[in-house]
Design a protein around this ligand. Structure first.
Ligand SMILES: *Cc1c(COP(=O)(O)O)cnc(C)c1O
Length: 349
């Protein structure tokens, strides 16, 4: 008998980020601010100290301390990951047995369902046509489906909308499932539940350095949870999941609290400008159906004939995300925002 690839793998599709070259890249929700030279120098200095012949610290202790200091979390309750993406995969594959149920939301981050399917878990979706998520619906759906794990982003990618802190805590308190709150964009808003991890036995909060902190290149994310869950995460992860270069670079940047806060403020200003520009366009252009208020660094736009607009923007050298009739546009520099607004002005009816 010849080797047979497992059925579930035959249908597997690779994640397809934008790889073509565009002069304006507003498709991946990255920060538009690259490291300034002084901090870049410190990063290179830190990397030059790395013992290249040795394995990294498996627990990334110093890195977790830097991150913990920034967010005022006990660093022993943090697990570092090769991007929060790795942590999503780790959680979904270890906290769900084959045939168990994961509940997520639509629309939300696509990787949740992707990893759950790879783990042989059942995926249930709370479908939010009107985009507005509410705690009661989530709790009820979790009961109906018997979900063992609930995962969603807050604020949400792609809708940019946010559930309030008390709603998140209500979900955590009123369900028996493990609740994973992905706060990739919470730096742009308020209402984190990071300070609640010790008060619940079923809460994991995910954080990333890829968005507000502008470190998408080094792949660094964190899971925060109580002692027991953290112990399991650390036992279940691959031992050297965060490499020494990332650990060194991450520490060097995270020490610059003020700089990171300034960046976050600049990005918030930029998204405010982008939103205002789009709002003004909406007054003139009927093609824009709806603009969603944003708690993130991007704006979600319901637009008629979105695909044509998306293609038109690409021709103009501007890349955004097009998802089922909606455009997700990340805030860029002032110049980039002006470019996309001008291009939309030209493209839209
Ligand atoms: C960007 C993003 C991530 C991925 O973060 P990495 O740390 O770069 O892997 C996770 N969750 C959501 C909702 C995101 O938008």
């Amino acid at each position: 008998m010849a080797y047979q690839i497992p059925e579930k793998l035959k249908k597997l599709q690779a994640y397809e980020p934008v790889t073509e070259v565009y002069k304006v890249r507003l498709d991946a929700n990255e920060s538009f601010i690259d490291l300034p030279d002084e901090i870049r120098k410190e990063v290179l200095e830190a990397i030059s100290q790395v013992e290249f012949n040795r394995y990294p610290d498996p627990e990334a202790k110093e890195l977790c301390q830097c991150f913990g200091e920034f967010f005022q979390v006990d660093s022993r309750l943090l697990t570092a990951g090769n991007g929060s993406d790795e942590l999503i995969s780790l959680i979904v594959q270890n906290f769900l047995e084959p045939g168990q149920t994961m509940l997520t939301v639509s629309p939300d981050f696509s990787m949740y369902g992707f990893y759950a399917q790879a783990a042989g878990a059942k995926v249930e979706i709370l479908d939010k046509q009107d985009m507005v998520l509410c705690a009661e619906d989530m709790i009820q759906k979790a009961r109906e489906t018997g979900a063992e794990l609930i995962i969603f982003s807050n604020p949400c990618n792609p809708t940019a909308l946010k559930l309030e802190r008390q709603d998140i805590l209500q979900i955590v308190a009123q369900t028996d499932a493990l609740v994973v709150v992905d706060e990739a964009y919470m730096d742009f808003s308020e209402g984190s539940v990071l300070d609640e991890i010790e008060n619940y036995g079923n809460l994991i909060v995910l954080k990333t350095c890829s968005k507000a902190f502008g470190m998408a290149a080094i792949r660094l994310g964190f899971a925060a949870a109580n002692e027991e869950i953290t112990r399991i995460l650390k036992a279940a992860k691959s031992p050297y999941n965060v490499n020494s270069l990332t650990q060194a670079a991450g520490c060097a940047v995270l020490k610059h609290r003020e700089y990171l806060q300034e960046c976050t403020e600049k990005i918030k200003e930029s998204v405010g400008e982008l939103y205002a520009g789009l709002k003004a366009l909406k007054e003139k252009k009927q093609q824009i159906r709806k603009l969603y208020p944003t708690s993130t660094n991007f704006v979600y736009v319901d637009i008629k004939a979105g695909e044509t607009v998306f293609e038109g923007l690409k021709k103009a050298g501007i890349s955004v995300r097009f998802m089922k009739g909606y455009l997700r546009i990340c805030a860029g520099s002032q110049r980039e925002n002006q470019e996309i607004l001008q291009s939309l002005e030209n493209l839209l009816q």
